[in-house]
Design a protein around this ligand. Structure first.
Ligand code: NI
Length: 391
């Protein structure tokens, strides 16, 4: 029996070095050229069969074990964010205005570690492993969908993914069966009125007042029209319009996002929103244009794979650190695209350090405790091994 934890910790320094190298050279979605080169070169050095340029910047590698009959997929996302890094360690971003502020640098390094560990024990694998390094997790159209269109899931029986989580302490993981991340949709409302003099509102249709009422009333969809136990968020993140303090605005743009877990509710929300928008604009005699765009689906963790990961985690992390999450997070993840087609499991890896202030994902000072990285490698390597072992 392979000691996956021991093997992962043997290459801890290498995993950390890889993570830092990737961290210092972050690249935006579908532009991960240097990252992809690093990934491909590393995987080739392990003797894996490597395919580059999948969905533009994606990399896929195949590790052949005892047979090709059963295949497990392991996925890492490679993109960074348009954020100016405010950390000041020596491996901070050298690419001004771009930052690995979601931990994808850590995901890449951990999965490269998995490739190294498993390639050393390929004769023990009751099947093969496909490593999927995808572009553009953060934005639409998603990198996962692009990879799937190129056929990366063909012949893959189950897939594992990981995300670092600063809400969990290093040395712990979050596990949940069923919905773990929300469906994430996007909307834009253009409120149309009629402009005019700020002193003569009765001769105008004030788009600011209409927009304000729409913003207020949209929240009552969440509080009054949806079953109270149903997870839902409706956030308006951008309001823009008007020309001057004394001019009545003829147009206001309102943009936001809706997060849901229940697919039926997800379908209903745009209809409820349009009712509200239509009703409110009608009261004032204004008009509107409403665009609603469905994004990532809800990410569902497969029941059997969840059980498998729980067992693996109790072995690698221990009982105390194996945290069974009660609720899904309402952030989104394009790993959902894989997990809706084949059995998938998405693990939350604790990365907050007891000695450091914790910054959330997408913060300009986001960082992670690197002690967590070999644990992530061990968990994924053992999960892949166990998946192939189970008939
Ligand atoms: Ni992320």
């Amino acid at each position: 029996m392979v000691d996956f934890k021991g093997e992962a910790f043997k290459i801890k320094e290498e995993i950390i070095r890889l993570r830092r190298e990737i961290h210092s050279n972050p690249e935006l979605g579908f532009e991960e050229w240097e990252t992809a080169k690093l990934v491909a070169n590393y995987l080739r050095s392990l003797g894996l069969e490597v395919q580059e340029g999948v969905a533009k910047t994606g990399v896929v590698a195949f590790l052949e074990g005892k047979s090709k009959e059963k295949v497990v997929g392991i996925r890492a996302d490679m993109d960074a964010l348009p954020i100016k890094e405010e950390n000041d360690f020596d491996y901070k971003s050298k690419n001004e205005g771009v930052m690995h502020a979601c931990g994808h640098d850590g995901h890449i390094a951990m999965v490269l570690g998995v490739a190294k560990v498993l390639s050393q024990f390929k004769r023990e694998l009751e099947g093969s492993v496909k490593f999927i390094f995808q572009p553009n997790e953060e934005q639409f159209p998603s990198g996962a969908e692009a990879m799937i269109e190129e056929g990366v899931l063909e012949g893959v029986d189950g897939i594992f993914g990981i995300h670092v989580n600063p809400q969990l302490k290093v040395g712990s993981v979050g596990i949940k069966e069923g919905p773990i991340m929300a469906a994430t949709d996007k909307f834009k409302i253009e409120v149309r009125g009629e402009g005019g003099h700020g002193a003569a509102p009765h001769r105008t249709v004030d788009a600011v007042i209409i927009a304000a009422d729409i913003i207020q009333n949209l929240q009552s969809i969440v509080s009054r029209r949806v079953r109270p136990v149903e997870p839902i968020v409706l956030t308006i993140g951008r309001v823009c319009g008007g020309k001057s303090y004394n001019v009545i605005a003829d147009k206001i743009e309102v943009e936001g996002t809706v997060r849901t877990v229940n697919p039926k509710l997800r379908e209903e929300v745009p209809l409820l929103m349009e009712q509200t928008i239509n009703g409110v604009t009608d009261i004032f005699g204004g008009g509107y244009q409403f665009d609603y765009q469905f994004g990532h689906s809800v990410l569902n963790n497969d029941k059997e794979l969840t059980k498998l990961m729980e067992k693996v985690s109790r072995d690698i992390i221990g009982e105390a650190g194996t945290i069974i999450l009660q609720n899904p997070l309402l952030a989104g993840e394009d790993f959902a695209s894989y997990a809706k087609r084949i059995p998938g499991f998405f693990l939350h890896l604790g990365v907050s350090s007891p000695n450091q202030k914790v910054y959330p994902w997408h913060h300009s000072k986001f960082n992670l405790d690197e002690e967590a990285l070999p644990l992530g490698t061990a968990l994924l390597a053992k999960a892949a091994y166990e998946f192939l072992l189970e008939g």
